[in-house]
Design a protein around this ligand. Structure first.
Ligand code: TRP
Length: 431
């Protein structure tokens, strides 16, 4: 049985490099093969607009490259839900619902936004110079990505932990106001990820311009590896594994035995050129078969487009009914099922009542309204009218006691004592 939902996205603003591969792509493809995991992997192209505004060709190119990379590395779109963020219109819709329960102060504290502000302050500029509202809202869009599919686990790099915590906070605020709709997600950190070094020994990152693109042609890969920064120890002189970018890169690809063998070679004074050759061969062995698939996929973008469209349809199968439920919860509702309170004749109030109805998502709902038609209780969707009716009868018979048990499928719109009073009416009058 699938018990865990795992979700992650990659921003489509660049060409995948070894750091992305080791940190995100390889572990997510592996995780997607676990029988108990239901995975959602997507191309975060709305997020890309934050970093690349004004460069549409780059967003498109990167979307193609990242999609092809994921597929070439073995992601099976039949097995996982693999989609492009911007194919899911429910995501920006949810972003707005979440925006309205997110404290502005919380967003003020987001690292990425704060870093920009700090930089401006240090330069004596206006604090918000060059800062878009997109950058400010980044965590809310990301929360919508995650909460839309009620993911339990979100594999990310260390720099994203704060965003997952914000998604949890936003989910809690929403649940508190509108009932228990969202699962609180947890970050999963791949230990090696943050530390995969680039050509110059600093973290491999596009912003340092020190990356090794994952699928560069073989000869270029060799050249890049030969250019990895080392110290000036000569052949025969023992080398330090600690702080050696070359060693860490090797470790990310080799088995424990192979890594131990390289450590021994370091101690025995292996020449840097030979160590680089070992790294090249080890990398090439893992990457070449995948590069062949990648090159083929890149020749057929229409096929990738088709795969993504199919994934979007699958994702929307979940997103669309869930969004209907959320719209209902927050009060974005149809008007043809509103209970217009009957004019109160002679001062005699009508009684509280359960109203059952079916939504455009095909699910069955009910609500409890008071004598004046005010909404007291709103159910989540039920698969059948019978399920909804059974829940109603439980509430009628057991009243408030049943409420706690049914809580996750019911959203309270007023204080519990009002609901309690209304429910007790049914037992007293036995209606
Ligand atoms: N912000 C993430 C990054 O740059 C990408 C991303 C967008 C993401 N939405 C997400 C990751 C949702 C995990 C879950 O790495």
């Amino acid at each position: 049985m699938k018990t865990q939902r795992v979700l992650t996205g990659i921003t489509t603003s660049g060409t995948p490099h070894l750091g992305n591969y080791v940190g995100a792509i390889r572990p997510t493809v592996r995780a997607s093969r676990l029988p108990e995991v239901e995975s959602f992997y997507f191309l975060a192209d709305y997020h890309a607009l934050i970093k690349t505004s004004g460069d549409p060709a780059r967003v498109q190119r990167s979307t193609l490259e990242i999609a092809a990379t994921w597929l070439a590395c073995g992601l099976d779109p039949e097995r996982v839900t693999f989609y492009r963020q911007s194919d899911i219109p429910e995501i920006p819709e949810l972003t707005w619902l979440l925006t309205c329960v997110t404290g502005k102060g919380v967003l003020n504290r987001a690292h990425a936004y704060k870093a920009s502000v700090d930089k401006n302050n240090a330069a004596g500029e206006d604090p918000d110079a060059g800062v878009t509202a997109g950058l400010f809202m980044y965590p809310v869009l990301m929360a919508a990505d995650i909460l839309m599919f009620n993911a339990h686990k979100v594999p990310v790099g260390r720099d994203q932990i704060q965003h997952i915590e914000m998604a949890r906070d936003i989910a809690s605020s929403f649940n508190h106001l509108y009932g228990d709709h969202f699962t609180l997600p947890e970050a999963v950190i791949e230990e090696q990820v943050a530390t995969l070094p680039g050509l110059d020994g600093r973290k491999m990152s596009k912003s340092y311009d020190n990356t090794i693109p994952l699928f560069v042609p073989r000869e270029q890969l060799r050249k890049l590896i030969m250019g990895i920064l080392t110290d000036s120890r000569v052949p025969g002189e023992p080398k330090n594994t600690e702080g050696s970018a070359l060693f860490q890169l090797y470790q990310a690809f080799a088995s424990a035995d192979e890594t131990a063998a390289l450590a021994k070679a370091y101690a025995e004074g292996i020449a840097w050129g030979d160590a680089k050759q070992m790294l090249f061969e080890r990398l090439d062995q893992e990457i070449t078969p995948q590069r062949e698939v990648y090159d083929r996929l890149m020749q057929d973008p229409a096929q990738i487009e088709k795969t993504l469209k199919a994934g979007a349809e699958k994702a929307r199968g979940t997103a669309s009914p869930f969004t209907s439920r959320l719209r209902e919860a927050v009060g974005l509702r149809r008007l043809d099922n509103v209970s217009v309170s009957a004019p109160v004749k002679g001062g005699k109030a009508t009684a509280p009542a359960f109203k059952q109805y079916r939504e455009s998502d095909g699910q069955f709902y009910f609500k409890l309204v008071d004598a004046t038609g005010q909404l007291l209780l709103q159910s989540a969707g039920f698969a059948s009218g019978k399920d909804a009716a059974q829940t109603i009868s439980k509430l009628r018979q057991q009243g408030y006691a049943a409420l706690a048990e049914l809580h996750p499928s019911l959203a309270l719109h007023v204080d519990t004592s009002t609901v309690e009073a209304a429910l007790s009416h049914f037992r007293e009058t036995n209606t």
